[in-house]
Design a protein around this ligand. Structure first.
Ligand code: NOJ
Length: 552
């Protein structure tokens, strides 16, 4: 396996990837069927979102048993076979560790409800009357973070859905339980671990109302977070060179992410942050839409790239995942210029300093779902917000517009394998609707077209392995006067890489780099721009990667 700096991770949402038994739900055998496809793409790790035993209120992020497989997805034998086969093909599996919370169906929580004090201390049960919760904090999925339990006569904390109770990491027994789970999977040969909302696990000692916000400032990157992460990582040997770890960091800061990922700290190899994916939130509100703010996007990327570089931190770089709308629909043109947009966005991410992540379907340029009725939505967050926005008095038509742009279901529609009905995902009825555009956008079509988005991704993955300037180089923004152009330079020893990406639907003339005529075009997403002295023209949504190496 390549070092994580040369690697690329592919994210699989098993429920929507490939259904092998016709029950409409993707499964582990389905993943197995598609390993050759993933090998052709050239990715190194397969991150599988949770397939552990779960009531599925949040599609598996509500875990009932960390060490068993939900029968919806298959059996432990299926998993063993998948680990072995992926390994033979040179791909490691990355598992999703959800340790901020468990499902309320977890044995620990059930024992807590039955009055077992030991297990009550695994969670946060706090005094309060049914109508008077301990604090005014708001859950990430809407409503209070507190739910009153009649059985215990107290409120318990849930930063997400009320069926996802937060674990009390202050309790050393909880941390030992977590280590046991990691060791269990590590012994099975798992080489990658993704930690769900892990920067939220250190809660404050005082519980107070938040007069300024929803409470997140009290528990995000909390007081003992670095100590906890180091303990978990060191005690389970996750700092070993052959293991890849990534922390999902919610509303975090650069300074914390430097600490999370600088090797001296012995925490994670890399982390996700989401600041670049909030540039279309009006006044910071996910449920108020506005066109994305390109200048802000550019600034965020430049700042994160340079600051992490300066302090030896490492980013996981990405546009898409199972919580985000499809990037082609969000940051470009998913109509006439869909393919070009998909390649342009890929160029931006895959040229950066960090480890790139591809979310299933991104490599064929899949688009948003375009659902028109609430009955088509499945996501707990979307269903909650449909009600919340109605209560706020917003018109139904407007709510649908917001959901069409923001719902997490946009990325959860089934993977489009074929042009046929149900997109070759299932022979049954899919648990969530297939995108109508599967006739045009599908894997079969992509593999038949040498110029497809798929082969462009394949090329980008190979370039990272081949050119140290991509995997190791430093990052520097390239200032340009043109609006809507994203540009940066990477440098490593005598090598240099320049990336230009046009986020607009217009031709744009780029001017300025004196040495442009000594540069070779490594890749471009459409007709290669003709460099004329110091100038060249980028097509609408065009992108180009230029390379130069000084001769000794
Ligand atoms: C982040 C996951 O990516 C998301 O899907 C989930 O709902 C929350 N964490 C809660 O586990």
């Amino acid at each position: 396996m390549e070092s994580f700096k040369k690697s690329c991770v592919y994210q699989i949402y098993p429920k929507s990837f490939r259904d092998s038994n016709g029950d409409g739900i993707g499964d582990l055998k389905g993943v197995m069927e598609k390993l050759d496809y993933l090998k052709t793409l050239g990715v190194d790790y397969l991150w599988l979102t949770p397939f552990f035993l779960s009531p599925q209120n949040d599609n598996g992020y509500d875990i009932q048993d960390y060490c068993s497989i939900d029968p919806l997805f298959g059996t432990m034998e299926d998993l063993d076979r998948l680990i072995a086969k992926a390994g033979e093909l040179g791909m490691g599996l990355m598992f999703d560790m959800v340790f901020n919370h468990t499902s309320t169906s977890h044995e620990w929580f059930q024992k807590a409800l039955n009055g077992d004090k030991k297990f009550q201390d695994y969670y946060f049960f706090k005094e309060g009357t049914p109508d008077n919760p301990p604090t005014n904090w708001q859950s990430k999925f809407g409503g209070s973070v507190w739910e009153y339990s009649e059985e215990v006569g107290k409120h318990y904390l849930h930063l997400f859905d009320k069926t996802q109770a937060d674990l009390n990491w202050e309790n050393p027994m909880v941390r030992e339980e977590i280590k046991k789970v990691i060791r269990f999977w590590k012994e099975k040969g798992i080489k990658g671990f993704r930690f769900d909302v892990i920067n939220l696990v250190s809660k404050p000692s005082a519980w107070e109302d938040d007069e300024e916000g929803d409470g997140r400032r009290f528990y995000t990157d909390g007081p003992r977070i670095h100590e906890y992460l180091r303990e978990i990582v060191v005690d389970t040997g996750l700092d070993a060179d052959d293991i890849i770890t990534v922390g999902e960091m919610s509303s975090t800061t650069i300074d914390h992410c430097i600490r999370y990922t600088n090797p001296d700290e012995k925490q994670f190899k890399m982390c996700f942050n989401f600041h670049h994916l909030k540039v279309d939130y009006k006044d910071g509100d996910k449920w108020s839409i506005m066109p994305f703010d390109f200048e802000k996007l550019k600034k965020i990327f430049h700042t994160w790239q340079t600051s992490m570089d300066e302090e030896n931190g490492w980013n996981a770089v990405f546009w898409c995942n199972h919580d985000q709308p499809r990037a082609v629909s969000r940051f470009g043109d998913d109509g006439m210029y869909r393919k070009r947009t998909a390649k342009m966005l890929a160029t931006v991410i895959h040229g950066m300093r960090g480890t790139p992540y591809i979310y299933q379907g991104e490599e064929i340029g899949m688009t948003n779902a375009n659902f028109t009725h609430i009955s088509q939505y499945r996501d707990v967050e979307s269903l909650h917000y449909f009600e919340i926005l109605k209560e706020q008095g917003r018109k139904e038509e407007e709510i649908y517009r917001v959901l069409r742009e923001r719902s997490r279901d946009n990325s959860r529609t089934p993977m489009q394998w074929e042009a046929e009905e149900q997109a070759g995902f299932t022979t049954g009825t899919p648990w969530i609707g297939v995108n109508e555009n599967c006739e045009k956008i599908n894997v079969r079509e992509s593999l038949a077209d040498p110029d497809s988005v798929f082969f462009y991704y394949q090329k980008l993955i190979q370039l990272r392995k081949h050119y140290s300037v991509i995997s190791e180089g430093s990052y520097e923004p390239v200032p340009l006067k043109q609006k809507g152009i994203f540009a940066y330079q990477r440098s490593w020893k005598k090598e240099k890489l320049l990336v230009f990406a046009n986020f607009t639907g217009k031709h744009q003339e780029i001017e300025g780099r004196e040495v442009l005529d000594n540069w070779e075009i490594l890749l471009s997403n459409d007709s290669a721009p003709k460099i004329n002295g110091k100038k060249f023209v980028l097509d609408p949504f065009g992108a180009v990667m230029l390379y130069s190496c000084e001769r000794a």
